[in-house]
Write a new protein. Structure first.
Length: 87
């Protein structure tokens, strides 16, 4: 988002929503090495899962959290991108 304060609030809430389902496997939100691109501030949240976890279940939970987050009117302008293999 273009406003750092709004992004900080939104990413914090998004992280809390994820922690309800994944607990201490959620890391962040934090600024990446490059924290601003084309006047947009960036935050990242990392979810670690054991190899035994079913990816379909994890995906379903993340999408339901994203849908719940999208219902919050003040965060509609926040862009959320998913990266399955960040490294």
């Amino acid at each position: 988002h273009k406003e750092a304060k709004l992004l900080n609030k939104a990413s914090g809430e998004y992280g809390q929503l994820l922690r309800k389902h994944f607990g201490n496997l959620v890391f962040g939100p934090e600024y990446p090495m490059v924290s601003r691109i084309r006047n947009y501030y960036i935050k990242q949240i990392l979810i670690k899962q054991p190899r035994t976890a079913k990816m379909a279940d994890v995906k379903h939970i993340i999408l339901s959290v994203d849908e719940e987050f999208r219902k919050i009117a003040k965060y509609k302008a926040i862009r959320v991108l998913f990266d399955v293999d960040p490294q």
